[in-house]
Design a protein around this ligand. Sequence first.
Ligand code: LR7
Ligand code: MN
Length: 778
Amino acid sequence: MGMMMKARRYLRGSGRVLVFVLVASVVWLLFDMAALRLSMNDVTGQLLKERVIRDQQLIRQQSRATRAGRRGFKHPEQRMDPAATRAAKGPLGSHLELAHVYRHGGQKEDANIHNLHLPEGDPQHKGEAAQRNVPPKRDDPPKKEAVNLDMNAMESEKIRGSDGSVKVTLPVARPDNIKDAAPIVTHTSEPKTNKKDPSGLKAESGTDASPLPAGEASERRGEDARNKTLEKPVGSIGQGDPKDTPGPSIESRARQAGVHQVLSLDLTIAPRDARAAGQFGQPALVANNEKAEVKKRWDEGHFNVFLSDRIPVDRAIPDTRPETCAQKLVHDDLPSTSVIFCFVDEVWSTLLRSVHSVLNRSPAHLLTEIILVDDFSTKDYLKEQLDTYMSQFPKVRIIHLKERQGLIRARLAGAAVAKGEVLTFLDSHIECNLGWLEPLLERVYLDRKKVPCPVIEVISDKDMSYMLVDNFQRGIFKWPLVFGWSGLPEDHIKKNNLTISDPIRCPVMAGGLFSIDKKYFYELGAYDPGLDVWGGENMEISFKIWMCGGEIEIIPCSRVGHIFRGQNPYKFPKDRQRTVERNLARVAEVWLDEYKDLFYGNGYHHLLDKKNIDIGNLTEQIELRERLKCKSFKWYLDNVYPDMKAPLVKAEGLVFNHGLRKCLTLQHGVLFFDQCDISSKSQHFNYTWMRHVRQQDLCVSPNGKASGIALQECDHANPAHNWFHKSSNSALADHLISEFVSSHMCLEAGPQGDSLHLNPCESRNAFQKWEFTHYHAL
Ligand code: LR7
Ligand code: MN
């Protein structure tokens, strides 16, 4: 009863609101057009024209919807079989009403800090999900949002009812019919930037009259933009950030020259079939008698391919951005981008959904083209059939590689033909969310050395639902260069006054989804082309960006869903593990300086022996690093990732023998025991990641004869120099066990302190027990 009353009140009120909205939208559009100084005959003009038409349609449809509302209009989704939602899993599941997931209303900036998730410490995120690098899911369901009839809601073509339901407006294409599907992309005209400079090497959008090359021009723009900064620099404190104060009034916003509110273009907002499987990002269901088919088709993509094929390729997904994102201002003259998808044997429906999500949710004037790089796929449908399908979209270009190159060289091939000023790389099983592109391009615009990444949300591999992830997540690595997610430390958030929509500095990027100024990408030497197939390139580009003067950021107002899966569905030309470890070793050798010990020492000892692996020639990469005058890895750790623990040795200091109660001493090339003296340099040894017991270049090692001990120049490839120490909780933890000898042989001090031997290990023998002064990593 109460609900009914509320609904009536809303419906009475909404008549007046409608008139206001009609008048206001016309006034606003006039302002908007004047402020944006757009000509109606260019692409952007086309965009505006469409917006006018759409807004008119919207208002007409809204009044129809309101009339329908009197008869109990509800969002079609809510008429779905209740069993469907009951079975739903994940954060967008049954416990949520659909409206909750739209712009996840009610979540106040800052309010989520206490929900900060530290995945490493949370058993929920260990195991399978963690292995797949699934970012932590948000555990609090977004709260209900009040009716929103502001200008922004108008622009986003959705009107919320009193029950929170979303009233939809526009007719949308039918994906299953190629002809009908055409309207999915309405802005297919080539942007003027293409005509101007087909080589794509000069400054393009926004710098029309600029005689400067792209780099300088965008730097200039950067300066210009800094004067009217729209985003506070991360880490700044209390700078009176304009975006955190209530936004300017619509009028003043419109009059502010050179900027506009992020466009909320989404051509899927009124889906043809609102009841289709997976619509609005809801979990799709599998009937019992379909389960066998699901299983049968699983390996085609290592996710639920059966369901993917059933879900519309242009399905709607919930707008999961923090609330303030829709109000953010971005520059009118953002650079345009080439979106590059590389794929090998990607599932048809998933690839199409990825492409349509870009076409449907990107402002046409910012999308130069979509480049599909087919990395020598084996599937027939990815050849002519794909060419034919995509030929209806003038912006889509396809490159079929003649040989399998792997994703790294495939990206290079895509970049080589790209015409946009910015490159945007995406995996081929993603869905770009509403307003995803402008916030990324804005960062590049502000500073061409910024490399922005969207928040990567989760498309469930099982039910294909679109799931939210925790706020404040950043990309990190652990040794030995393993990518992961980690929440920003809470004190950092507080100290820097960060809100959930602020850019987040990232020590490393996940790898698959980011935008980068094309010229800057090449200045950085792009990717090391010696990296094969898959893996490690995200580390390479991350270190390169940070150490050579750039920045990596996650932009919370840009969100893209990605299907996380347990396995790669394609074949590796060589062994997968060897491919990945070889790539990582290349990265470690070029970028890690002395810290490469931590890489090898955390599970990759075997790579030190060149007999085991050929990592190829690194001369060019090392020269590149010198030419760019990149900073040291130590600088990177200290400045970009200070919370990373990276002790250069596992233990150090005096080497105390329990039996003798004396310390190992090295003087004039001779080892002996002496009274412990912490200040004595000759008693200072390191226990290294290579498992050496060493002083400077000299390593304690068996002398090869009988049980004698000798000093030898340290050699990574010589296992005789390696000692296990504290390597387990076993009874031999305090011992120094030789790695060289197959049976357990331990370093033992002679009872008089005048000798050092290799003897069979005895757990209780105090003369075999050693202790370093400091342990850093055991
Ligand atoms: O030989 C290949 N050729 C290709 O074109 C191998 C792969 N590919 C394509 C493939 O079809 C896909 O589109 O490259 C893309 C990435 O491969 P995935 O999706 O199998 O890999 P992933 O999502 O597990 O990989 C993550 O790590 C990779 C390391 O090389 C890349 O950086 C991926 O881009 C990256 N994906 C993401 O960052 C998305 C978020 C995942 C996380 C965390
Ligand atoms: Mn992927």
